[in-house]
Write a protein that binds this ligand. Structure first.
Ligand SMILES: Nc1ncnc2c1ncn2[C@@H]1O[C@H](COP(=O)(O)OP(=O)(O)OP(=O)(O)O)[C@@H](O)[C@H]1O
Ligand SMILES: [Mg+2]
Length: 398
């Protein structure tokens, strides 16, 4: 059977980086094909080539056996290829239908503009295939992210897309929203559409894909049959070595770097004590509202102590404000890194205790955990971002 899509020896170089080297694989009609790989493996670059955003440095692509070459995204659209980006590119004050028709070749037919009513009719038709509950006349901003993603998929159906590429579509979806998206994807594939599904989340790929290609450092490591492969096999392919799961390594040394003694605050903290050793990764676990953030704010000088003391290298420090904390070598990466309503660093510090770095790393391999007062067992929290190897910009400043 002719594959729906074939990549043949695709390479792409950017100055100083070989983002893709000699990538070849096939995807069958109706297949849901996963694309897995660590950060920087080249997944998005491959999808951008497929959707006409980049041209490959070398190599060829075939759609239903026909050699295709795209100079711009519109060329790829014309060949029945749609791309669902992670960051939705919708205009909030326009309606669902208007967004679906935005920049669409069908906006005009035979030189005439398609009327709003006609746009809504066609939008409703496309939506009815996957999510009839969405009103094409509603403002797009009234929809939840998951529904807006479904609108993007319906938009692809307006183009009669044969191939839909999705780049990490679920990073802002809840598990139940993922289930809905999974249903939509399965339905599309049953109707003959080929899906390429990029994700970091192996569970998702195992749940919806039939096969998955695994990339590492711009190269294709191999393809797996999701029915028979194990998670461990795929992880090994992704990282190039076996990872011991559930491995907890404590880097603690005998030297106490920071000691919290009986800390209390007007916020939530009551008599909190712990020791942080040099080189240690210390996790702080607790339910929402148990005071984890407040404890860190105390250490960062953002809130005042009402009792207790903080020692660094055995000396008590008086942290009246963030400036004092920074001078004492304590950096804070706040919970909402992008919002920026946190105490700002006032300069670069080389002697940082860098508690925050330790805390962030602790999501991946915590050495030891402190449970917060009044909390039950720690609910494992999903790691938000920045897997090993990628540095959160908020950390770089420390
Ligand atoms: N426009 C660009 N200019 C220069 N380098 C780029 C460009 N786009 C991607 N790269 C580089 O190409 C490599 C592959 O990046 P790509 O974004 O494709 O990875 P990815 O697998 O999608 O990663 P992630 O999981 O983080 O999204 C990286 O080293 C990246 O820095
Ligand atoms: Mg990417």
């Amino acid at each position: 059977m002719t594959p729906r899509l074939r990549f043949e020896a695709i390479s792409k170089s950017f100055p100083g980086v070989n983002a893709l080297s000699d990538v070849s694989f096939d995807v069958a009609p109706s297949e849901i094909h996963g694309l897995l790989g660590e950060n920087g493996a080249g997944k998005s670059t491959l999808l951008r080539i497929l959707s006409g955003v980049f041209r490959p440095t070398s190599g060829s692509m075939f759609v239903d056996g026909e050699n295709v070459s795209f100079r711009k995204p519109m060329d790829a659209r014309g060949a029945g290829i749609a791309m669902i980006h992670q960051e939705l590119q919708q205009v909030p004050h326009l309606s669902v239908a208007q967004n679906m028709f935005l920049g669409h070749p069908l906006t005009t037919v035979g030189g005439l503009f398609v009327s709003r009513r006609e746009q809504e009719r066609r939008a409703a038709e496309a939506l009815s295939m996957i999510e009839p509950g969405i009103d094409p006349a509603a403002p797009i901003s009234s929809l939840k992210v998951a529904q807006r993603q479904i609108v993007e998929i319906a938009r692809a159906l307006l183009d009669r897309a044969r191939i839909i590429a999705m780049d990490e579509p679920t990073s802002s979806l809840t598990p139940s929203e993922f289930e809905r998206l999974a249903e939509v994807i399965t339905k599309l594939s049953a109707s003959g559409v080929t899906i390429i599904y990029v994700s970091h989340k192996m569970d998702e790929v195992f749940r919806i894909c039939q096969r998955a290609s695994v990339m590492r450092d711009g190269k294709l490591v191999g393809a797996v049959d999701v029915q028979t492969a194990s998670h461990q096999d795929v992880i090994t392919m992704m990282v190039g070595r076996e990872l011991m799961q559930e491995q907890h390594v404590s880097h603690a040394t005998a030297t106490v770097k920071l000691e919290a003694r009986g800390l209390s605050s007007l916020t939530k903290i009551r008599d909190a004590s712990f020791k942080l050793h040099r080189g240690e990764v210390l996790g702080i676990a607790g339910l929402v509202g148990s005071g984890r953030t407040e404890l860190l704010r105390l250490l960062a000088g953002a809130d005042r102590l009402t009792a207790g003391a903080i020692d660094i290298d055995g000396k008590t420090v008086n942290l009246r404000n963030p400036r004092d904390a920074i001078s004492a070598g304590i950096g804070l990466v706040p919970e909402e890194r992008k919002r920026g309503d946190h105490p700002r660093p006032l300069g670069h510090h080389q002697h940082g205790t860098c508690l925050a770095r330790k805390l962030l790393q602790s999501r991946h391999h915590s050495g030891r955990q402190v449970a917060q007062h009044g909390s039950g067992p720690a609910a494992p929290r999903q790691s938000q971002a920045f897997p090993v190897g990628q540095t959160d910009p908020a950390l770089q400043r420390w």
